[in-house]
Design a protein around this ligand. Sequence first.
Ligand code: C5P
Length: 221
Amino acid sequence: FETGRLAGLRVLVTAGPTREAIDPVRYVSNRSSGRMGYAVAAAAREAGARVTLVSGPVALDGPPGIERVMVETAEEMRAAVRAQLPGCDIFIGAAAVADYRPAQAAAQKLKKRDANLSLDLVRNPDILAEVAQGEPRPFTVGFAAETGDLDANARTKRMQKSLDLIAANLVGPGLGFDAEDNALTLYWEGGSESLPRQSKPQLARELIAIVAQRFHDASSD
Ligand code: C5P
């Protein structure tokens, strides 16, 4: 039996980058280490939740006591999320899903030929927006990594994706992606709170405490 602010709840977290194949040996991806999402999953578990982590390729071990589903592409992540969604109370999308994928993955390794090479990219599904705009709908939390204008970009993103809460951070050299520390500003309907720069595990605990509070407030409306 579990105690804690998320006792009895099911939390689904996405983390890490996705990889989108160009050919059998190459891919398009990004600098996400998965550390923030893994810390969020661990903090939700600490708070008493049953946690499933859908993870892109990362160099991290699965946190103890958590069910982990490994995926590679955005399409695989979407399918895994859909499969885990029934019965989920809170969804936290911390993955850095590749926004685009090659229109077609070449069956054979591409050969060097011309001086220039163009890749034709198509949009990936927005997993978070689909969850937030689906039915039934868990309490939905997203992340926004921005290189500037944090406040305006995060508020707009929260509205556009229909999120209950968005956790925004500035990214750049030594900040956010692939870093040990992070800082977050949280925005929800009618409020916001800044969590100062600290280790990702500590930051994740503070984020989970606020998510739990907002979740319980929303459920008692
Ligand atoms: O729009 P942007 O990519 O900045 O939004 C970031 C948030 O959306 C993150 O929470 C990320 O996990 C989620 N996302 C997603 N699927 C995508 C793109 C982003 O779930 N294809």
